[in-house]
Ligand binder design. Structure first.
Ligand code: NAG
Ligand code: NAG
Ligand code: NAG
Ligand code: NAG
Ligand code: NAG
Length: 299
């Protein structure tokens, strides 16, 4: 009987479950973030979500002590006016707001919420977004979604992936789930699972991934099997050293060009956590290509 139960447990798709911290810059209750939270939980991961109480889009790496929530309350009425500087959902302690910047929010998740819920254990992976709107090229340094990922990598030494999706407006957690939120959460899970399956360390030191999803609609790019994952650069790289030898070239395509192409292309760029530009070291790029190989395509 016992053997039977153990075999049953081993057959569940939860074997790869890890500890994840999530954040974003659109607010802790935004639909893309909450849908990804649900999808990660369904995949068997243990997740702590700690996001800003308000829209903090474009605040980069700003960090400041959280303050009492103003009289308007948290975004989308997700907490009452005058709420304390930090707080959790009344019935689900994994869902947390921080009335400050994205960096402050993810830091609170890593330093305060995660150890409390996980007996002192630290997250193994940080996932930010999917951001509402793309974060490519010159937008990257200003993005709070990227800022939070870079904080995780550089300061907390937790590997991180920043996800952004072109389609959609910020949506409340209690509105019906949108098509773009569902598609982006499933695509983000695919990239996340591929990285987890590649083994630890999940990413080279001081490196994050900047992932951008294309437009999604009722007629195009809504079925996971339609998407192709392309390894790209954040910056165009005209003058930089050769990139890894990949897809018959030593210059990776630029994420902006790929995102703007017709077709369902997901771009994955290796980001340098020191300056939020492309990792230019071809050997480090190659390590990441090896990890992502099960999903990567050439243009
Ligand atoms: C969030 O802030 C950004 C930058 O200020 C702005 O462009 C965007 O429209 C805001 N979103 C909402 C839902 O207010
Ligand atoms: C809090 O969690 C409950 C239970 O999961 C959920 O029904 C509710 O919508 C959540 N509210 C917020 C603001 O997260
Ligand atoms: C979501 O919850 C807030 C706060 O309780 C409420 O004001 C709002 O009407 C709800 N929205 C929907 C679509 O249910
Ligand atoms: C998605 O695409 C695959 C391959 O083209 C197809 O077999 C499948 O039926 C599609 N799924 C949906 C929900 O359209
Ligand atoms: C990712 O998506 C592709 C295409 O739909 C699929 O073949 C692959 O198995 C997925 N990988 C993971 C790890 O989910």
């Amino acid at each position: 009987m016992r053997t039977f139960l153990l075999l049953g447990a081993a057959a569940l798709p939860f074997a790869q479950g890890i500890r994840v911290v999530q954040s974003n810059d659109d607010g802790w209750s935004e639909g893309n973030l909450r849908t990804f939270f649900d999808v990660l939980n369904s995949a068997g991961h243990e997740v702590v979500l700690s996001g800003p109480a308000e829209n903090q889009s474009g605040t980069g790496s700003s960090d400041a002590p959280p303050t009492t929530v103003d009289s308007d309350g948290c975004i989308h009425a997700s907490c009452p006016g005058g709420s304390p500087p930090t707080g959790a959902n009344v019935t689900d302690p994994r869902l947390n707001y921080v009335n400050s910047f994205p960096v402050t929010s993810i830091k609170f998740g890593i330093d305060v919420v995660a150890p409390k819920l996980w007996n002192g254990a630290k997250p193994e992976l940080a996932l930010t977004g999917p951001n509402v709107g793309g974060n490519v090229a010159i937008q990257v340094p200003f993005s709070g979604t990227v800022g939070a990922a870079v904080y995780a990598v550089k300061t907390a030494q937790i590997p991180a992936i920043a996800f952004s999706g072109k389609t959609g407006d910020p949506t409340a957690w209690n509105a019906s789930t949108t098509l773009h939120s569902r598609v982006y959460a499933d695509l983000a899970l695919n990239v996340t699972t591929t990285i987890i399956n590649s083994g630890k360390p999940y990413l080279p030191a001081n490196t994050f991934l900047n992932v951008n999803f294309p437009a999604v609609s009722d007629t195009e790019c809504n079925n996971l099997s339609e998407f192709k994952y392309i390894f790209t650069r954040i910056n165009i790289g005209l003058l930089s050293a050769r990139d890894a030898d990949w897809c018959g070239s030593t210059r990776l395509p630029w994420e902006t060009d790929v995102v703007n192409r017709d077709g369902c292309f997901v771009t994955i760029s290796p980001g340098d956590a020191n300056d939020k530009t492309t990792v230019n070291d071809a050997a480090v790029q190659q390590q990441i290509i090896t990890k992502l190989k099960p999903i990567l395509s050439c243009l």
